[in-house]
Design a protein around this ligand. Structure first.
Ligand SMILES: [Zn+2]
Length: 163
């Protein structure tokens, strides 16, 4: 038997737990959150079904579709209602909603947060959360739309920030 090994093992097991993640995000400047450029993949011009959405976003309006038959609003914009295949029309959403769920990408540089906002009109929208400290994000939190120009030649798009 080699009692020295056993005692070394006991000391190692008795070490204090690692503390490096006790305050994730501590000390990160909030400017980093707002400085992130949001990438956009695709071209807004190619799809006539979504043109009104992009045109609306360019002028600071969140445009959604509502069915003229069952009167339900939906997201993302489609020509026909996903609930009843009825005809739809555009309407300007209030821009108000609540956080349905979220995920913070702490390891990204700079960190960012994505999630779903359930609009006052009903549909849930996948979005980036912007202009806030992500440590304050809460499910059910009141949000409002804000419009930000995406990276490079990307269009201006709606995102969400605390109301
Ligand atoms: Zn419908």
């Amino acid at each position: 038997m080699r009692p020295r090994h056993r005692s070394r093992h006991r000391r190692r097991a008795g070490h204090a737990p690692l503390r490096q993640h006790r305050h994730p995000g501590a000390g990160v400047n909030i400017v980093a959150y707002t400085a992130r450029k949001i990438p956009f993949v695709g071209t807004p011009e190619t799809n006539p079904e979504t043109k009104a959405f992009f045109d609306g976003a360019a002028s600071g309006k969140l445009m959604i579709r509502r069915c003229t038959s069952c009167r339900k609003a939906h997201w993302y914009p489609r020509a026909l209602c996903p609930f009843c295949f009825g005809e739809c029309e555009w309407e300007q959403a209030s821009g108000k909603g609540k956080v349905y769920t979220y995920s913070v990408m702490e390891r990204a540089n700079p960190p960012y947060a994505i999630g779903y906002v359930t609009l006052a009109e009903g549909p849930s929208v996948l979005t980036n959360f912007v202009e806030m400290d992500f440590k304050d994000l809460k499910i059910g939190q009141d949000m409002k739309v804000t419009f930000i120009k995406t990276e490079g030649d990307g269009p201006t798009l709606p995102f969400f920030t605390p109301a």
